[in-house]
Design a protein around this ligand. Structure first.
Ligand code: LHQ
Length: 258
């Protein structure tokens, strides 16, 4: 598949996906959904980490509203069901870490995308907003799930109801992202992080991802059982044997992702 709305590069185990409609702040169209879906599939088959970012001055402005002018309004539930929910599910199910490099404004579903990544870095000048309410909609694409869990219910409710823009610093101090990086260093730092992750024990990272997916809803007993099961699986990997061998041989491990 050749891409019109994203850029895709696979280097050193990292699949870099760049949303590439800069003149629309990388707002999502159905075509972009199809391409990101395809790119995540390619990552699943060929990579050990994903880096997600945006071209130009925005990260992603959510749904492309220019396709929503006029009275001919489709069933938005169908759009969510067919496009946005599968995207968020695919991100959380992908068996490798997704690093988001939030290079500029992340609005509406664009903010949801950042929240659904595994490790989000943001440029100091980036901003986040739950833009939905400003056009008479409710947060979607996982925002009402991730936001209260990351930032707390009081902040999540206010962000959703007010649609106020917050800075990257604020997002970091509220626990919504991993860290803030100077604008001119963001991409290099995010690429370095993704490269580092791509050389780690990928199966363990995938199992860690599952543990945290389920931790958001499990009680302690279920989570302890899950940790047992995940550790059993991790203990059977080649990378675990390599990690222990490297420890005793006092050398850096060479993880192969199996
Ligand atoms: C845009 C957009 C955009 C088109 C900027 N579309 N052109 C899922 C499915 C089902 C139902 C609906 O909802 C969803 C999920 C959603 O994501 S709903 C929420 C949709 N997103 C928004 O409401 C955000 C709309 N955009 C904005 O509020 C602002 O553009 C932000 C705050 C993101 C950035 O503001 P500025 O930095 O001042 O930039 P700008 O507004 O001047 O935008 C630059 C250009 O990008 C501009 O075009 P122009 O031709 O005037 O230069 C905008 O029209 C265009 N653009 N967002 N979502």
């Amino acid at each position: 598949m050749t891409y019109q709305t994203i850029l895709f590069v696979l280097v050193g185990g990292v699949a870099k996906i760049t949303l590439n409609r800069p003149e629309r702040l990388n707002a999502f169209t159905p075509e972009m959904h199809g391409e990101v879906k395809d790119a995540l599939g390619r990552a699943a088959r060929n990579a050990r980490a994903v880096l997600l970012t945006g071209a130009g001055r925005g990260f992603c402005a959510g749904q492309d509203l220019s396709q929503r002018k006029g009275d001919d309004i489709p069933d938005l539930g169908e759009t969510i069901h067919n496009l946005y929910n599968p995207l968020i599910r695919a991100m959380r199910a992908l068996e490798m870490p997704i690093v988001a490099a939030v290079n500029g404004v992340a609005a509406g579903a664009g903010m949801s995308l950042a929240l659904a990544s595994d490790i989000a870095l943001a440029a100091r000048s980036a901003t986040f907003l739950q833009a939905f309410v400003k056009i008479g909609l409710v947060p979607d694409s996982g925002s009402t799930y991730f936001l209260p869990r990351l930032a707390g219910v009081a902040r999540a409710r206010a962000l959703a109801m007010l649609g106020e823009k917050i800075t990257a610093e604020q997002a970091a101090s509220w626990g919504m992202i991993w860290k803030v990086v100077d604008d001119d260093k963001l991409l290099a730092e995010a690429e370095g992080l993704a490269r580092h992750l791509a050389a780690q024990p990928t199966r363990a990272l995938a199992l860690i991802k599952r543990a945290f997916n389920e931790a958001l809803t499990n009680d302690l007993d279920r989570q302890l059982d899950l940790e047992r099961d995940l550790q059993r699986a991790a203990g059977k990997t080649e990378d675990y044997r390599e990690g222990v061998a490297a420890f005793f041989e006092k050398r850096a491990p060479r993880f192969v992702g199996r």
